[in-house]
Design a protein around this ligand. Sequence first.
Ligand code: SF4
Length: 337
Amino acid sequence: MPICRERLYFGMQITKTTRRPPTDGFEPAWMALYRSGELEKRARIADKHLEDCDLCAHHCHVNRKQTLDGAACRTGQLAMVNSAGPHHGEEDCLRGWRGSGAIFFAWCNMRCVFCQNWEINWKDGGRERTAAELADTMLRLQAMGCHNINLVNPSHVVAQILAALVIAADEGLRLPLIYNTSGYDSLEALKLLDGVVDIYISELKYGDTALARKYSHAPDYVQVSQAALRAMHAQVGDLRTNRDGIAEHGLMVRHLVLPNGIAGTEQAMRFLAREISTATYINIMDQYRPAYRTDEHPELNRTITRAEYEAAIATARAAGLHRIDRHCSDHWVIRWP
Ligand code: SF4
């Protein structure tokens, strides 16, 4: 989704009062695993995976505790955080009126030539955060009143997130967890996240293998992202919201429309409708802009036209998908306090 311009207010004082979790009776999915001790066990298992890493679809099998050599994500034992803060640019059902508590992880496990967040993923980098520091970031977002913890670009830091979540839960975190991914996830990682993640937001970038190879250097992207979506949907089902229209559980899919049909919208929508659910909540995004290395690819070096966007929406509807997010749409009624 759009680039986060907010920065985390690290100067904010957290007191016992501001740490207090919401009291509306909501309980995130991961609380059951936390209570049983399974969450801590998952964190320990994930930590072992770092020594022979298969935590995303690259399956690099490097020991990230010893070296970055061979790690496509360029991330070692500690997560790199670029920025964090209440994000008001997400879909209505995520941002509500207090913002989505976004944590933007630096680096990425993909190599899209049109990367929309390249300043975060490839330029600025970020600061290494220990599990305790990452937990503290989650608690600060809760203290600010955010509706959820929104882990943006998390595929390469699953182990670090689980370790932090155990600490944050000990300290009173009670917000739903959003795993906000490009879709290039390993089934090994998704198994570790079963019962931990409340809301999966997955991109479905391509419908065509050759185009995924050409523009993201990921020839297996279509196959990988489709397998990941099946696993995510099996875990959480279709997106559910509470009485205020705020998402609490389930799957949301994002599809960024690219110029000249490069995103393969028809194949992507057909897959969702036939193999996931016609009730899949989908955001067909219109904000594509040329960025990063698109000057090397003239066919990507323009924004999309209104006709291209409307055609993508019509394609989704024709496939049978009927929960299509539109900004300022009447699909979601937010009760503003
Ligand atoms: S997270 Fe993915 S890219 Fe990073 S080392 Fe592991 S398998 Fe490779």
